[in-house]
Design a protein around this ligand. Sequence first.
Ligand SMILES: [Zn+2]
Length: 168
Amino acid sequence: MAKSFPAHKVKSHLVYTVWEAADVLGCHRQTVIRWIRNNGLAGDTSRKPWLIEGHVLKEFLGHKQSKARCKLPLHHCYCLSCRGSREPDGKIADYVQETASSGRLTALCPTCGAVMNKIIRRSDLEAVQAKLEVTLQQASPRLVSCTEPHSKVTLKMEPETHVKTHLG
Ligand SMILES: [Zn+2]
């Protein structure tokens, strides 16, 4: 996950040295130097100490953070096995309510087939359902036996003992 920086603490009208900028943002000075060297942060490096105008830094951070947010769309999961944002295989996922306001989305990685988990807010579920076919699962087996007839529970056990018949 990309670290987020308190861009709101940067004052647009001030000019910061690398040291001061790092201090305000609570990051290492090397991080700020790297932004200037490699990530396109426009600093004045013609003399020491390097100077960065507040509004430039603010804009840079805003850009950086909105980019980080876009990285993982709501209906995508992060695959820990092949390391990347993935749209669930077959656009299907399971959702298990875990708390009153959030639940776990489970899907398969289309690239490597690993199981991906993601905690989403209950209020985001509709948005996810607009993109994926989400199957709502019961959280606890006890709930299932309370709400469903006994015969159905027995039925659910059957696939485990069911053996595929060989053809030919
Ligand atoms: Zn994967």
